[in-house]
Design a protein around this ligand. Structure first.
Ligand code: IMP
Length: 431
């Protein structure tokens, strides 16, 4: 069966949105399976920029269907805004193009309020969340208090669940965080209004739809959000997001078995970035960081925050290959490294005086490692107009080869800019 997973191999913001958009030209269905509006996928088509937070990046291809699966926490205001924007841009012309699972967890204003209040209360210990309410929404799911997307279409059930939820949440908001409570009635009325707009996109069983599509020989892409190092269980805990971001999450979030996956493509930049707090072994000094930030446009698509920048970390990449079972890589933003005389690539760490090649899973240990670099020659040429691998400067080709050899994983795709045409294929997607 032809399932392909696209997963972030670093700390998010690797360029998954662009890869999914480019791959979608060859796919029938794109499924978003975890995370929420904390993600920001920037797509540039014919010079026009579209930023998506919830709707899968395949939406710009009219023949490709899109789905939001149960593993997603659905910010109801955000999804309605995205639908409206896409419709206004003449993109989402038919409700059959997008289906949202009845089983998605609904994310509401009080989740965002709690997320923000907690970060303020944490002071220096804050996670540096996107403030989109992700943690509190997943907590509701785990504690079996969540309002599901399907609940929005049953007024009585919705009202009951909202009242029960707000009773507890408002206690925290008012008594502990000393903020204004959220009122039931206006929120309920707003949800009824939004539900009417969202009803055409409703699907009772998205797992069945995906299963049938795969059985019929359709090509299905599974679009991950965030990145491996932000995984709730396998990332740099507690500086992580609240969902599982690794490949297994595609199966859990969608409701399908792993045997349908034909390929698992890990997305990595030619360097590394992260936003928010937490260990980052290859973080650069501020001068170099600022240079990459400016040249690579490294500011959050969701929050606008400047991203922390560092050299490519092959220890972390090898870890991502292992925990995701990656079958190949897409190397993004190679063009951003142009103009560096020398390029550093981290191939090992030193911890307590000992050289190690495996990533320490404890964040405490990871924050103490010292990166060991291999210095490669840089190149001065502008790569943005290169359209074939063989036309890249030798030093850039050596850089690609070095990575593939070190991590023993093929690189299928190299990207030299945000546009679709700036994608260099080494191996076709479905082969
Ligand atoms: P949350 O997901 O908003 O709870 O944030 C938790 C951590 O994940 C913070 O360090 C965020 O900066 C990070 N994070 C969440 N979503 C993204 C993303 O799409 N790209 C990069 N970092 C993210």
């Amino acid at each position: 069966m032809a399932g392909i997973v696209v997963v972030g191999a670093q700390w998010g913001d690797e360029g998954k949105g662009k890869v999914v958009d480019v791959f979608s030209a060859h796919a029938d269905l794109v499924v978003r399976y975890q995370g929420g509006a904390n993600a920001g996928h920037t797509l540039v088509v014919n010079g026009v920029k579209t930023v998506l937070h919830l709707i899968p990046s395949g939406v710009l291809h009219p023949k490709c269907s899109c789905m939001i699966a149960p593993g997603v926490v659905l910010d109801i205001e955000e999804v309605v805004k995205e639908i409206r924007d896409l419709k206004a841009a003449g993109v989402l012309t038919n409700s059959e193009q997008l289906k949202i699972s009845d089983q998605c967890t609904v994310l509401l204003s009080y989740h965002r309020k709690l997320d923000a209040a907690r970060e303020v209360a944490a002071g220096n210990e804050k996670i540096g969340t996107t403030g989109k309410g992700i943690g509190p929404a997943y907590e509701d799911r785990a504690s079996r208090k969540a309002i599901l997307f399907g609940d929005l279409f049953d007024r009585e059930r919705l009202k009951g669940k909202l009242e029960a939820s707000l009773k507890e949440k408002n206690f925290l908001i008012e008594k502990y965080y000393k903020q204004e409570p959220v009122e039931v009635e206006p929120l309920f009325n707003r949800l009824v209004e939004l539900a009417a707009e969202l009803e055409p996109y409703r699907s009772k069983d998205t797992s069945l739809v995906v299963h049938r599509a795969l059985k019929a020989g359709k090509k299905v892409l599974f679009e991950g959000a965030q990145g491996t190092m932000l995984d709730l269980l396998h990332g740099t805990y507690p500086y992580v997001t609240s969902s599982s971001t690794i490949t297994g999450s595609a199966c859990i979030g969608t409701g399908i078995g792993p045997s349908v996956m034909q390929k698992i493509v890990g997305i990595t930049k030619a360097y590394t970035t992260r936003v928010g707090s937490g260990p980052f072994p290859t973080e650069m000094n501020e001068t170099l960081s600022e240079r990459l930030r400016q040249e690579g446009g490294e500011f959050g698509a969701t929050t606008g925050r400047p991203r922390r920048c560092g050299w490519l970390d092959l220890v972390a990449l090898k870890y991502a290959i292992r925990v995701n079972g990656l079958t190949s890589l897409a190397l993004m933003k190679l063009d951003v490294l142009s103009g560096h005389e020398k390029i550093e690539v981290c191939t090992a760490y030193r911890l307590d005086g000992v050289e190690i090649k495996e990533l320490p899973v404890s964040s405490n240990d990871l924050s103490r490692v010292e990166p060991i670099y291999r210095t490669l020659n840089g190149w001065s040429e502008d790569l943005r107009n290169v359209r074939a691998i063989q036309d890249l400067p030798q030093a850039a080709r050596d850089f690609i080869q070095f990575i593939a050899t070190e991590v023993a994983t093929p690189i299928d795709v190299v990207s030299v800019g945000p546009g679709r045409e700036q994608t260099l294929w080494i191996k076709p997607l479905f082969s």
